[in-house]
Design a protein around this ligand. Structure first.
Ligand code: PLP
Length: 376
């Protein structure tokens, strides 16, 4: 036993020595420039009230699913919600998963077969990479958002080809060139899979995500939709052709071998979907605030904040060593801003990740820029 514990301690000490030791924190009362609650639905009184009202209609359902959906854990609300999801994202069918992590692992471990080839953007989320590690298919990364590099790498393809991207990247907030990717995939008969985690709620007339906003739903083989971010909730869905839904029900271990989502989670998602279309003002406001913040940050001489066109901003300092003290200073000044360090991002790409929300105010934006200026 002590042998194992000593090994673990040594690994932790290695992280600490690199200055990258992670620890859990609870923060309250700070101005939120950190959470993924882009539209404020996690704190919406209207949504809370709606969920309470709706819960009274479903008292005949169990609180928890009580089992895997293939056993005792399925009921009509799952199917009802999946129909709503499929229609909302202009797909044929949808299958709920317990989280975005599980959706990606469940999809990518099961879909590509031995002999197939997967190409994924190097900046893809850990859950996609973990799914691919469980797959028997060969996988290759291509340079971030570099369609020419992907085109070059496609020469390595055997079997069915899959291309995997995020529509809006979780770390940089930049968009994938989805239209170009769709053209390339069509040419090579490759199936394009798009993770919409950071685009849901923000793009499209009703916040459907970037795939639908660009009218690409028929060119994208599967959309991964996650509910822990702009939907202010939890869970995920894969929007896909009916056959893929049936296939996942049969072969996706992250779907099969786990208890289904609890009823209150399904009700909350149904309610969040009913509010999503009307959040147009919030969508516009948050993007305008993000643009304002980005412009003002770039006026600070030692700061670089690339245009992201989303509500996730990366703030680079001249020296990486400045990041942690800067984040700490901002937190002391009541702004919840976190540094993102290696191994979450590659060495040399460490940054502050600043997230703007519909409930942030212009004063908070001005205050944050002022605080960063004061510190540097
Ligand atoms: C692109 C992307 N996909 C999937 C996930 C995982 O989603 P969840 O938090 O629902 O597990 C995240 C979360 O950080 C993400 O950024």
């Amino acid at each position: 036993m002590s042998n194992i514990l000593n090994k673990l301690k040594k690994k932790l000490a290695e992280r600490a020595a690199q200055g990258n030791l992670r620890a859990l924190k609870t923060t309250t009362g700070l101005v939120d420039f950190c959470s993924n609650d882009y539209l404020g639905l996690a704190r919406s009184k209207k949504l809370r009230k709606l969920i309470r009202q709706e819960e009274d209609k479903y008292t005949s359902l169990p609180l928890g699913a009580t089992g895997s959906r293939l056993l005792s854990g399925n009921h009509l609300l799952f199917e009802e919600l999946e129909s709503i999801i499929a229609a909302y994202h202009k797909g044929k069918a949808a299958l709920l998963y317990n989280s975005g992590y599980m959706a990606n692992v469940g999809l990518l471990s099961a879909l590509p077969q031995r002999g197939d080839t997967v190409f994924y953007d190097e900046a893809s989320h850990a859950s996609m990479k973990d799914g691919l590690r469980l797959s028997f298919a060969k996988s290759y990364s291509f340079r971030h958002n570099d369609v020419a590099d992907l085109q070059q790498k496609l020469k390595l393809a055997t079997g069915q080809v899959y291309v995997i991207v995020e529509s809006v990247y979780s770390m940089g907030g930049d968009k994938a060139p989805l239209e170009d990717l769709a053209i390339l995939c069509e040419k090579h008969n490759a199936a394009l899979i798009v993770d919409e985690a950071h685009a849901l709620g923000l793009y499209g007339e009703k916040g459907e995500g970037l795939t639908v906003a660009l009218g690409l739903q028929d060119k994208v083989f599967a959309q991964v939709i996650t509910y822990g971010k702009a939907m202010g909730n939890h869970g995920a869905a894969i929007v896909a052709p009916n056959v893929l839904r049936d296939y996942l029900i049969n072969y996706s271990r992250a779907f099969i071998y786990t208890t289904g989502l609890p009823t209150h989670n399904l009700i909350a998602l149904k309610c969040a979907y009913s509010l999503l279309p009307e959040l147009t003002k919030e969508r516009e406001h948050v993007k305008q605030l993000a643009r304002q913040l980005q412009e003002n940050l770039n006026k600070i001489p030692s700061i670089m904040c690339p245009s992201s066109d989303s509500v996730i901003l990366s703030v680079f300092t001249e020296d990486v060593a400045q990041l942690k003290p800067l984040a700490l200073y901002l937190q002391q000044k009541s702004f919840d801003v976190r540094p993102v360090m290696s191994p979450t991002v590659p060495i040399g790409k460490e940054r502050l990740r600043v997230i703007v929300h519909a409930y942030n105010t212009e004063e908070e934006i001005v205050g944050l820029v002022q605080a960063i200026t004061n510190h540097l």
